[in-house]
Design a protein around this ligand. Structure first.
Ligand code: PLP
Length: 399
């Protein structure tokens, strides 16, 4: 029959496509700095020691029953503390509606669907550039998208004045998607002072901030410090939304464990909002997966395991920071006349190198180095073993 005759192959995902091409390349010296997943100094995926220990503790000791529709209550309780602070009044006053979500992506999508259902005429303001999937998520939720200035190509830093203008010029009561820390793909975050100004202006305009926090702990190595943007907004009394993910900071990529939270005016509203979030999840996936949530709650509920986790997050962040220095020093040693200061100034998993799509194409075709054409380098893919090779190749295509 003719049911699927009009179906054309979908466009390749710009990020996942890079990995496919990398895997298909037989060259032994190939380098993958495309994928946003942490690797150790041997280029190998990592399972954190705290996760291994949690798995040992829960092995054989659990049933396979469904979680509640909103997910694991213990996991959610610990997760909101990470975002909102251990002593948050919002938690005490039960003003946060939170549900377990299918990692950060699922949290964003659930929020976008919630936004569409309850604020059907609203739009979302998305930074330029952003993680490419943000556009897909809000598109599929049928929420119209606007963009706001963020990155300044010349300085390879933040275009703060254009960002503030866009906030001021947006209609009052607009909804903005903000990266809480370690902005993807640019590695450029506002300073604390700039966050304060942004929060102030949001207050003036009555805007709502939705924070996507996919990298808490990955930016500075300190989960509290990385939550500063959110804490500033909370100090100013904003009602915010927040997507959290354990993909990167606990290395639980494939477990799909995260959390969506929405700050409400009071407990009654929070109960209503949570019930509606669950209602949205029910026809999509009914309830979230149990195993990852159990790993997370086992770790965060035990002070020693939590301490170990925080140490391991810092270890990952520090290795990346070290690779930033190494890459920059290597480029400078090669005599590159260009400025590579932004490599060490930017933070988080990525470096927005400033290379053109043509230069990236040469890196791939001549040096078997794989990354997205926007010039984004995943710092986690760099090792002491390949940083010299990478620097040399970058130097060759940019001189
Ligand atoms: N948000 C941002 C900004 C990201 O970079 C990512 C992952 O790359 C995510 C969300 C979602 O990741 P996950 O769904 O694996 O938690």
């Amino acid at each position: 029959s003719s049911w699927w005759r009009s179906v054309e192959p979908a466009a390749k995902d710009p990020i996942l496509g890079v990995t496919e091409a990398f895997l298909a390349d037989p060259t032994p010296t190939k380098v993958n700095v495309g994928v946003g997943a942490y690797r150790d100094d041997n280029g190998k995926p990592v399972v954190l020691e705290c996760v291994r220990e949690a798995e040992r503790r829960i092995a054989g000791n659990k049933n396979m029953e469904y979680l509640p529709m909103g997910g694991s209550l213990k996991m959610i309780e610990e997760t909101v503390k990470l975002a909102y602070g251990e002593d948050s009044d919002l938690i005490k006053d039960k003003r946060i509606a939170a549900v377990q979500a299918l990692s950060g992506t699922g949290a964003c999508r659930l929020f976008a669907d919630f936004q569409k259902r309850f604020c059907p005429d609203s739009q979302v303001y998305i930074p330029v550039p952003t993680w490419s999937n943000h556009h897909n998520i809000w598109r599929d939720a049928h929420v119209p998208q606007r963009t706001y200035h963020y990155y300044h190509p010349e300085s390879r830093g933040l275009d703060f004045s254009a960002l503030m203008d866009d906030i001021k010029n947006a209609p009052n009561g607009s909804l903005f998607l903000l990266h809480a820390c370690a902005h993807n793909p640019t590695g450029v975050d506002p300073t604390e002072e700039q966050w304060r100004e942004i929060s102030y202006q949001f207050k003036v305009k009555g805007h709502l901030a939705f924070f996507d926090m996919a990298y808490q702990g990955f930016a500075s190595g300190d989960t509290e410090r990385d939550a500063k943007s959110i804490r500033i907004f909370l100090e100013d009394g904003h009602l915010i939304g927040c997507a959290q993910s354990y993909a990167k900071n606990m290395g639980l990529y494939g477990q799909r464990v995260g959390c969506l939270s929405v700050v409400c005016e009071d407990e009654k509203q929070a109960i209503a909002v949570k019930s509606q979030l669950q209602q949205l999840a029910r026809p999509m996936y009914s309830n979230p997966p149990v195993h990852g949530a159990l790993i997370v709650s086992t770790i965060l509920d035990d002070p020693d395991l939590k301490k170990l986790w925080l140490k391991e997050v810092k270890g990952m962040a520090d290795r990346i920071i070290g690779m930033r220095t190494a890459l920059r020093e290597n480029l400078e040693k090669l005599g590159s006349p260009l400025s590579w200061e932004h490599i060490t100034k930017q933070i988080g998993m990525f470096c927005f190198s400033g290379m053109t799509p043509e230069q990236v194409d040469r890196l791939t075709s001549e040096f078997h180095i794989y990354l997205t054409r926007n010039g984004r380098i995943s710092m986690a893919g760099i090792t002491t073993g390949n940083v010299g090779y990478l620097a040399n190749a970058i130097h060759e295509v940019t001189k």
